[in-house]
Design a protein around this ligand. Structure first.
Ligand code: F0G
Length: 376
């Protein structure tokens, strides 16, 4: 019994071990892993009900990765490869999650990590992670886009590993999220919805689906749906945005590095990239926390906000009818997966502001009783 338990605990060894055949590693690659991946794909009950049971909705909760976001999938590959090349410093620009992940994985690799972030725009949880993991923190008066420009210049001058998703090894690792979804469902979903910032993740997920399709592990490709925040929606507007603004700081990006591959994912999958308001993001953030038990960060809630918006517009019915005809699907409801990219604990300030902490009470039974009775 005891040894069985041990086997259960240790069986999952991270995304490189599990999907090695699809990843650019060899016996020479020193694998740096925190056993990332294998995140839960959770059937949504409340959201399905809100949508009149017109679709099956699954939530892929990437917040359970070791540093609390999907970035760990790409970071295990990028840092392992950097170490294989003998590099000793990793560097990245970040809205927070990439820096937290890079700092953790570089620490394990015995590498230094430098992060360049927009000053005052990083959620508290993410910054504390980078600090705790010992990153060299360079906060600049500027945007994420400015930070990325600096980092790209620096990598030309210094022997450092670029750990942003412009590094194709990050994309390779992140595509494992699509693999896991297919392995769990038994095929690709009909629709795959995710938030889009720098556009690395939509690029990687689409790549993952395509590779699984070519390997005949799945019989269809999903329609890709990217969701941006209205104030930071360059891909929707079709031009870079100089001063992006949104409550979802993780996707507060005006000029995504993977612009073209995001558009390719959209077009090749016959999908769409839409914008949602900050109010819609907060509504989805609340529903996820209150009803699905999933505390995600605001950027992650954008995918569910996108689902709600498109459902209201009747997007899925029309599109699914087309798919059914094209692909001879006999299901009468589409299968939709929403990616929840990061954990809510990353951004406690937004939670405290959104949900409002009540004033402390006198330490008496009556005071507490009154407080409870007021809301029931
Ligand atoms: N969701 C979260 C929680 C993120 O942190 C990010 C990106 C995205 C979605 C968008 O993914 O950039 O691949 O389109 N965060 C990056 C960072 C930019 O620096 O942590 P993307």
């Amino acid at each position: 019994m005891e040894s069985d338990m041990r086997l259960l605990v240790t069986r999952w060894q991270g995304v490189i071990a599990h999907y090695r055949d699809f990843l650019p590693v060899s016996e020479k690659t020193p694998i740096i892993t925190l056993h990332e991946g294998n995140t839960p794909l959770i059937r949504s009950r409340w959201i399905e009900r809100m949508l009149d049971e017109r679709m099956e909705v699954y939530l892929k909760f990437e917040g359970t990765n070791p540093t609390g976001s999907f970035k760990d999938r790409g970071m295990t590959v990028a840092v392992s490869k950097a170490l294989e090349r003998g590099l000793t410093i990793g560097i990245c620009a970040s809205t927070g999650n990439t820096s937290a992940s890079a700092a953790a994985y570089c620490g394990v690799a015995g590498m230094k990590c430098a992060i360049v972030v927009p000053a005052g725009k990083i959620a508290a949880g993410k910054l504390s992670q980078a600090l705790a993991h010992g990153a060299i923190i360079c906060a600049v008066h500027g945007s994420f886009d400015d930070a990325l420009k600096i980092v790209r210049e620096l990598t030309k001058e210094m022997p450092v590993a670029l750990l942003n998703s412009v590094n194709p090894e990050r994309i390779e690792g992140q595509k494992t999220c699509a693999f896991e979804i297919c392995d769990a469902i038994g095929d690709a979903p009909d629709f795959h919805i995710l938030p889009v910032g720098n556009a690395g993740n939509i690029t990687s997920h689409w790549k993952g689906y395509r590779e699984y399709y070519e390997a005949k592990r799945i019989s269809q490709l999903p329609v890709m749906v990217g969701v941006q925040a209205e104030g930071a929606s360059p891909l929707v507007k079709g031009e870079p945005i100089a001063n992006p603004e949104t409550i979802a700081t993780a996707i507060r990006i005006g000029n995504p590095a993977s612009w073209h591959s995001a558009i390719r994912a959209r077009d090749e999958s016959n999908g769409t990239i839409i914008a949602v308001s900050d109010e819609a993001i907060v509504d989805a953030y609340r529903i996820l926390a209150r009803r699905e038990g999933l505390f995600v960060e605001p950027a992650s809630a954008a995918s569910v906000a996108g689902l709600m918006k498109l459902a209201q517009e009747g997007y899925f019915e029309g599109k699914f009818e087309e798919l059914r005809k094209e692909r001879n699907i006999d299901r009468d409801r589409p299968i939709v997966v929403c990616i929840l990219t990061g954990h809510g604990l990353k951004d406690p300030q937004t939670a405290l502001q959104t949900f409002q902490l009540p004033e402390p009470l006198p330490p008496t039974v009556n005071a507490v009783k009154r407080a409870i009775e007021q809301v029931i």
